[in-house]
Ligand binder design. Structure first.
Ligand SMILES: Nc1ccn([C@@H]2O[C@H](COP(=O)(O)OP(=O)(O)OP(=O)(O)O)[C@@H](O)[C@H]2O)c(=O)n1
Ligand SMILES: C[C@](O)(CO)[C@H](O)COP(=O)(O)O
Length: 238
């Protein structure tokens, strides 16, 4: 599943774009990024992970207009010194990521796009993706799927899909900035809204390298994810 790597290149000027402009629909509408995880909000964990990672120089936070002031205050409270700007997102993930990339410092070489809703990302997962993108231009963490996979048609199993080459992709997805800008602008031009950013880069015919994700790097999407994240957090603290 994981290909051959070029020699490690030192990553330069890496900006994390944390997208946090979603609507938490599947959580029932309450802002999931402000739900407490341990003693602090989900988003504070996410920001702290990138603050801690030595391979990331800057952070740009993308959110809804009404959250700009509270999120700026949240970042100040939790000592996020790498935060450069908090900017307004768009109606689709692709639009939000594009807003974040455009707001990154001008000399940014690599952009690490990360879901605000993935608070348990580790330094190892971030760094491996950053180094792979420094060497290859595009990289994303993946985990092999654990279940058997079926295609369902009209409520009935229609086909079995062999899982040995299947993986679930996570974030941070890291790209050379010009490549990501080209991919997102092309997606916007075509009116394409992708669920992840690799898809926009793949659509240009560019390879995206698979790095090691983690089963703990979960995305907070539905209510039971909070209970799972709490358990994972406690395990880390033991
Ligand atoms: N227009 C959007 C949509 C999503 N996101 C961000 O992308 C990440 C992954 O999206 P998801 O988990 O789907 O978040 P929501 O869009 O909030 O969830 P839902 O689809 O249930 O409304 C989240 O951190 C979310 O805030 C964003 O910045 N802008
Ligand atoms: C980017 C992502 O987290 C990769 O798994 C995922 O595609 C986001 O999807 P969502 O539909 O916005 O939750």
């Amino acid at each position: 599943m994981f290909g051959k790597r070029k020699k490690k290149a030192v990553p330069a000027a890496v900006c994390a774009v944390i997208v946090a402009a979603g609507s938490s629909r599947r959580m029932g509408g309450e802002n999931k990024l402000l739900l407490p995880l341990g003693d602090v909000p989900v988003l504070a964990h996410t920001l702290a992970a990138f603050e801690k990672c030595a391979d990331v120089r800057d952070i740009v936070l993308v959110c809804r207009e009404q959250d700009i002031v509270p999120y700026t205050e949240l970042a100040r409270t939790f000592g996020i010194s790498k935060l450069r700007t908090v900017t307004r997102g768009g109606g689709s993930r692709t639009a939000s990521v594009l807003a974040g990339v455009n707001a990154a410092p001008e000399d940014t070489a690599l952009v690490a796009v990360h879901d605000g809703a993935r608070p348990l990302v580790s330094e190892a997962v971030i760094s491996e993706a950053v180094y792979a993108a420094a060497a290859h231009g595009a990289a994303a963490p993946v985990v092999p799927v654990k279940d058997s996979i079926k295609r369902i048609e009209n409520g009935v199993i229609a086909a079995d899909v062999p899982r040995d080459t299947l993986a679930a992709v996570q974030t941070p997805q890291v790209f050379a900035r010009p490549l990501l800008l080209r991919a997102l602008n092309e997606a916007a031009r075509q009116g394409q809204a992708y669920t992840d950013d690799c898809a926009a880069v793949e659509a240009l015919g560019q390879p995206v390298y698979a790095t090691h994700g983690s089963y703990e790097n979960i995305k907070i999407t539905t209510p039971e994810d909070i209970a799972v994240a709490e358990a994972l957090l406690q395990k880390e603290e033991i």
